[in-house]
Write a protein that binds this ligand. Structure first.
Ligand code: XMP
Length: 326
């Protein structure tokens, strides 16, 4: 629309003035904020921008491919795709504690990103998809107002280490505005209105030790859940259950339970489905999904994902439970 078009040309102008003919790097995560930042900066300076996409092996099904298709193929953005899954899995071996896993994933992420950034010797700027609520939150954290229950991994300190100037074109925007901007810049609606996904990814949705085998099972179960949420429309509102929930995902439980399939007995893993409704993610209600939807998801997961023979639905609200299981 007109207002957004105006906003874009102003933002583009500002980025060009700031950056001049220097080069910029940006860590693309597949999330909304870094994606919109990338699209905006690319609009402003084209090939002076290089994105680095670190795949830690804890992404959702086909997510790496989707990010590459959208940015590299459709938008023509320069993207360096780093497959670091072996490295991450290696460092996570034997580690079961949630905060320890978060620390390792955060640390490795910074390490891999830095190594890539150092190869781009001409870069003078580090771009980040920081949005207004992040600015507020980190200000709060510094004055001790915010209590960090789970350490959210970010790339704080990176620009200093790399000797880069910081470019944050979304700093003044709220989430809704970032989404509108993303759509106006040509990013697919489906991508821009995606549920949030934590930085440590499936690393905190596989309880205890992370294993490649668990991640592969979880990815497939999660994809089925999300597909059915997207495809099931609530007649009362005309919206899909994906849009009616704030966050929904599957969690891998590394316990085995007994089942029966055909003439045989199975002894396989369990997944829990989690779907919540919330306005601020500080408190959340579990979503009252239709039984027919739960039934379909459960039967599809058990039939299609060999290795999982039981599906449960999480009916805990926050507080006292958290949205993630770790
Ligand atoms: P909890 O589980 O604390 O989650 O109720 C609240 C919101 O924060 C997200 N979350 C994270 N995001 N790194 C992130 O980037 C993390 O370590 C992390 N832990 C939780 C969670 O997905 C939910 O949206």
């Amino acid at each position: 629309d007109w207002v957004m078009g105006d906003y874009i040309s102003e933002a583009v102008q500002k980025i060009r003035e700031q950056v001049g003919d220097e080069e910029v790097i940006l860590g693309l995560s597949g999330g909304v904020d870094s994606s919109v930042a990338a699209a905006l900066i690319h609009r402003a300076i084209g090939d002076q921008l290089t994105c680095v996409f670190v795949d830690h092996g804890l992404l959702r099904l086909n997510e790496g491919q989707m990010v590459m298709d959208m940015f590299a193929r459709n938008l023509g953005v320069k993207v360096v795709h780093v497959d670091a899954s072996e490295q991450f899995t290696g460092h996570l071996k034997g580690v079961a504690d949630p905060e320890a896993k978060r620390k390792i994933i955060g640390r490795e992420f910074v390490e891999v990103f830095q190594a890539e950034a150092r190869k781009l010797t001409r870069a003078k700027w580090l771009a980040q998809g920081t949005i207004y609520p992040d600015v507020i939150e980190s200000a709060g954290a510094k004055t001790g107002k915010a209590t960090t229950i789970k350490s959210h991994h970010n790339v704080g300190g990176l620009p200093e280490t790399l000797g880069l100037k910081l470019l944050e074109p979304l700093r003044e925007l709220f989430k809704d505005e970032v989404r509108e901007l993303g759509v106006a810049l040509g990013l697919p609606h489906e991508m821009v209105y995606r549920h949030p996904f934590p930085g440590p990814g499936l690393g905190v949705r596989i309880l205890g030790e992370v294993k490649r085998e668990y991640a592969d099972l979880l990815r497939r179960a999660d994809a089925i859940f999300i597909e059915e949420l997207r495809n099931t429309v609530d007649p009362a509102t005309g919206k899909s259950w994906y849009d009616l929930t704030s966050q929904a995902f599957a969690v891998f439980l590394p316990v085995k339970s007994v089942g029966v399939m055909g003439d045989g007995r199975t002894y396989d893993y369990v997944v829990a489905l989690r779907a919540v409704q919330t306005s601020d993610f500080m408190t959340a209600d579990w979503a009252e999904l239709p039984y027919s939807l739960l039934k379909k998801v459960s039967s599809r997961i058990i039939n299609e994902v060999r290795g999982i023979n039981r599906v449960t639905y999480d009916v805990s609200s926050k507080p006292p439970a958290t949205i993630e299981w770790e």
